[in-house]
Design a protein around this ligand. Sequence first.
Ligand code: GLU
Ligand code: ZN
Length: 285
Amino acid sequence: MIVTRFAPSPNGPLHLGHAYSAVKAHDLARAAGGRFLLRIEDIDGARSRAELADEFRRDLEWLGLEWEEVPAQSTRLDSYEAAARDLMARGLLYRCTCTRAEIEALEPTIGPEGLIYPGTCKGKAFDPSRPSALRLNIEAALAETGPLEWEDERAGVVTADPRQFGDVVLVRKDAPASYHLAATLDDAADGVTLVTRGADLVFASHIHRLLQALLGLPVPRWHHHALLVEADGRKLAKSRRSGERGYGLAEMREAGEDGRIVAEKLRLDQIPHGISLSRYPPDGT
Ligand code: GLU
Ligand code: ZN
């Protein structure tokens, strides 16, 4: 049974890129007689807005999709804490009190997803008067798991290379888990077998595969799809307010556009509103 999911964070309105992703995940499940899940990723309490989750449901309905909703992340904090405790007890996590400014001052290497943490706090006593995050000791983790692979439906079998991102944060200073820990645990708990999302999150799959091995979780397959890009070649993104500049689903819905037609066009890779599709994998379409 194929189980896919759409897992939006309620921190800004959805845009056409989200519609593309949701339609893709929905259709991959439906074509195989499987299940399509909606999971609201509201781990980021300070930035999450409950009314946006309602808006997301209206957006999916407008696109003509049917889904099963699973519990939101804010109801699953115990499972994140238990996993973090387990990894901590095995010596795989360490406390980091560094601020972003302190890390930047060390002029760290820039990896595929931003700064690579230089390991300042690794193996050191931490100052309990400062807020701390928990980071994964990647070397210690890989020593436990050995080499790993993961399978992308479109790119084939990939060697997991979590080292390139450094010691990632699994428990944030300001949230009970990071995206990596929460999403990996949730996908396993929800029985997701085909993690479907944009190619901008390929990097995360290297880390998630490692977490699955460490936590003894089932290993899904992945389907990373091409991204929608604006005329300047940059991807649609909440950080660029793409959902409020004419590419927003709520905007289109309120302007009276027919969401089912939008979804049909996306299925045919006919992307409306002057948007185009990036290539993924790079030698693919
Ligand atoms: N919540 C993430 C986002 O909105 C998506 C995570 C995922 O699909 O793994 O970007
Ligand atoms: Zn640190």
